[in-house]
Design a protein around this ligand. Structure first.
Ligand code: DX5
Ligand code: ZN
Length: 229
């Protein structure tokens, strides 16, 4: 399957997280927000790396029929190496693995061999030093603004120090790297994250738990664009 282009690196993007959508009508939920979706964020939880279980490749494969957006798959898994190929076949365009699980260099090369865009994620309490050595080899750095596992948690403002640090590194070395934040992003926190240096905003509850998800996604875009440097 040919991967969908992610678009220009560094551009401001809203990535709705389907974790907060009604899984009983997922296709409809994804279609309803399509006009305000830059990337579609797919949260994969294995019940081991995080204390929750969500969805896997079959759902990605089904959704692929309903969306032509870039599928940004966030693998909250202890053993992502075992599943990269399945996600790629199912229609994932990018896969993000957590630095905490180790084996990062080999995961990066596996993902590249499959033609995937590769992201590296760090939990709120993981130091920037852990991801810094890989910045030149990845396409996206995901700095979690909540502890992964559940939607609807509160944004952790203290992570912004790390976002600023990452943005400084990226700009100083002219790296082609997106900086994504995930967790508790809404119209109030999105501008804070963008000010700090993030350019991809994942939002679940702020979009899907709102009465009109399409409007909520648009408002998020607008709030973030207003502070975009
Ligand atoms: C958390 C997931 C997030 C989550 C965000 O483990 O990685 O993508 O869906 O949800 P909200 O926006 O509700 O915090
Ligand atoms: Zn996520």
């Amino acid at each position: 399957m040919t991967a969908i282009d992610a678009g220009p690196t560094g551009a401001l993007r809203v990535a709705p997280s389907i974790l907060a959508a009604d899984f009983g009508e997922l296709a409809q939920a994804v279609r309803a927000i399509d006009a305000q979706t830059d990337w579609l964020h797919v949260d994969v939880m294995d019940g081991h790396f995080v204390p929750n279980v969500s969805i896997g490749p079959p759902v990605v494969q089904s959704l692929r029929r309903y969306s032509t957006r870039f599928f940004d798959c966030h693998l909250m898994m202890s053993e992502p190496a075992r599943y990269l190929e399945a996600f790629s076949r199912a229609g994932a365009d990018g896969c993000t693995v957590h630095v905490e699980v180790g084996g990062t260099a080999s995961l990066i090369s596996d993902a590249r061999a499959l033609g995937l865009r590769i992201g590296l994620a760090a939990n709120p309490d993981t130091a920037f030093d852990r991801v810094a050595p890989f910045l030149g080899d990845i396409d996206l750095l995901l700095l979690m603004t909540v502890f992964p596992g559940f939607g609807g948690q509160s944004f952790m403002g203290e992570v912004m120090t790390k976002v600023t640090e990452a943005r400084r590194e990226v700009d100083a070395n002219a790296l082609a790297l997106d900086i994504e934040v995930d967790g508790g992003i809404d119209v109030v926190t999105a501008p804070i994250a963008v000010e700090a240096g993030a350019n991809v905003l994942v939002a679940g509850s702020a979009i899907f738990a709102s009465p009109v998800p399409l409007d909520a996604a648009r408002e998020l875009h607008e709030a973030a664009s207003a502070v975009r440097r």
